[in-house]
Design a protein around this ligand. Structure first.
Ligand code: THU
Length: 148
């Protein structure tokens, strides 16, 4: 595995995005799993939207950090995104879950996803590699459903 650290790819502004995700992680409400996740989504215009995971006592209502960040950005009118950073304190860098991959693909497209932990390890993966052969709205249009 060739990580960002090995390639010396971490520019200052990426470091800042990782810091924002790390700060968001401190807000995680993960009392059932104790697995705290932070995300920071950078919009094309430079704005950053953060999220943490929030767990519900009725487990199913739990929401991941990545989707909180995306819903926040979309609900404030942002539509174009540059990259997403995800911070979890695991030795093996934690990638987004399957549900988040679908949502990232649909609303952010083929952006780079930067995985990081608290030890300074990072790795950048492209969404098309995280979600090969994705399902999206184009398939709905093929059956005659019109885009709104
Ligand atoms: N979680 C995230 O927030 N993002 C991921 O990509 C993986 C999983 C959260 C959901 C749940 O609160 C906890 O981590 C354990 O699955």
């Amino acid at each position: 595995m060739s990580t960002d650290n090995q390639q010396n790819l971490i520019a200052g502004d990426l470091q800042k995005l990782i810091e924002e995700a790390t700060n968001a992680r401190n807000c995680a409400l993960a009392r059932y799993s104790n697995f705290c996740v932070g995300a920071a989504l950078e919009a094309e215009g430079g704005g950053v939207f953060t999220g943490c995971n929030i767990e519900s006592a009725a487990y199913e209502q739990t929401i991941c950090a990545e989707r909180v960040a995306i819903w926040k950005a979309l609900s404030e009118g942002e539509r174009r995104f540059k990259r997403l950073a995800v911070v979890v304190d695991t030795e093996r860098l934690t990638p987004p879950c399957g549900a988040c991959r679908q949502v990232i693909w649909e609303f952010c497209g083929d952006i780079p996803v930067v995985l990081a932990n608290l030890r300074g390890d990072t790795e950048t993966l492209q969404m098309r590699d995280l979600l090969p052969r994705p399902f999206d709205a184009n398939f709905l249009e093929e059956t005659g459903v019109e885009k709104k």
